[in-house]
Design a binder for this molecule. Sequence first.
Ligand code: GDP
Ligand code: MG
Length: 162
Amino acid sequence: PLPVLAVVGRPNVGKSTLVNRILGRREAVVQDQPGVTRDRVTYEANWAGRRFKLVDTGGWEQDVLGLDASVAAQAEFAIQAADAVVFVVDSKVGATDTDEAVVKLLRRAGKPVVLCANKVDGPTGEADAAMLWNLGLGEPHPVSSLHGRGTGDLLDAILDVL
Ligand code: GDP
Ligand code: MG
């Protein structure tokens, strides 16, 4: 079976945009409104000759459970089923309480985590990305999923742990 990589993070941080970038096509639904990816969607991806399953997660039941509980529940399911995780954080917003809650889940799960500091669209965003060292998950990889900046380095780091 192919290794499974789960993409987790708060709504609107750019998970689906990153998934599309990795797939090289627009398959995951991207929207300005949070909570668009209902449930988990699995794609088959290929990078540098390596095939793996890529799981996009969304903000389902957000209205019922509230944001924190919804993100945590999504992340927990996805982490359980994954061999490795890409944790996406919006570097323009910085780490929120919800992000910290997901970090706790990730620590408990003990699976390899690659930290994606997303929305670093240019060099001025690098300082925002560096702030995410504070999450204690190792190196934040500065990425612009929208423009493709840094995604090659991110994928190389992912393949190292997958
Ligand atoms: P998700 O809810 O985490 O799946 O986030 P989406 O992929 O749907 O993206 C949410 C919004 O963030 C959309 O408006 C995207 O265009 C935007 N976005 C995603 N990645 C980037 C990025 O690298 N830079 C910028 N500036 N915007 C981004
Ligand atoms: Mg999405």
